[in-house]
Design a protein around this ligand. Structure first.
Ligand code: GAR
Length: 203
């Protein structure tokens, strides 16, 4: 699997994926990491692991579609066959999704379909759920939406803040993102409507 990773910031999920590859837990290579924002920490982390990086600023493109065309061109240039979103903060258009059908993956810090969008951890606290978690899913045209590959549950504690809850969820994100990508790398999943046969429920 030739994985292109799209980031916008810290890049800790990207780093977890790269670590899993280095440690032989994920059979993939990452020919390119693309960020839509310059100067973010994730770019330094990718370089530190010897992975080529590219900044493609969405602001320099006249439309979402034009930006996605530039992304597709860059990813194809690096022989990418699977795209992992790792904190990437732009909604993708059909231009990118149709270029990699069924091969665009995202991670979200909640048990989807609950709490899509920004500040998922604070949304969970505000709602008062006792269990939240992390979800890895295939991407469709809606935000934080699409067939679910893997989920992990995280209890909400009485004294949790957005930061403490986010930290515990993040540890689970780092654990399940490489697991979910390994399913794709080994062609172990079948999509039937919304359901994924062969996904991983991780307690
Ligand atoms: C992660 O918590 C990821 O789940 C979240 O952004 C963070 C990125 O952190 N993504 C979303 O909320 C998607 N809607 P990272 O840059 O350290 O991987």
């Amino acid at each position: 699997m030739n994985l292109g990773i799209l980031i916008s910031g810290r890049g800790s999920n990207m780093d977890a994926i790269l670590a899993a590859i280095e440690e032989g837990r994920l059979d993939a290579s990452v020919p390119i990491v693309v960020s839509n924002r310059a100067g973010v920490a994730g770019l330094d982390r990718a370089r530190a692991r010897g992975v080529p990086t590219l900044v493609l600023a969405h602001r320099e493109h006249p439309s979402r579609e034009a930006f996605d065309e530039a992304l597709v061109e860059a990813l194809r240039r690096h022989d990418v066959d699977t795209v992992a979103l790792a904190g990437f903060d732009r909604l993708l258009s059909p231009v990118l999704l149709s270029a990699f059908p069924g091969r665009v993956v995202n991670i979200h810090p909640a048990l989807l379909p609950s709490f899509p969008g920004l500040h998922a951890q604070q949304q969970a606290l505000d709602y008062g759920v006792r269990i939240t978690g992390a979800t890895v899913h295939l991407v469709d045209e809606r935000m934080d939406h699409g067939p679910i590959l893997a989920q992990a549950a995280v209890p909400v504690l009485d004294d949790d803040t957005e930061d403490t809850l986010a930290e515990r969820i993040l540890a689970e994100e780092h654990r399940i993102y490489p697991l979910a990508l390994a399913l794709l790398a080994h062609d172990e999943v079948r999509i039937e409507g919304r359901r994924v046969r062969g996904g991983v429920p991780t307690a």
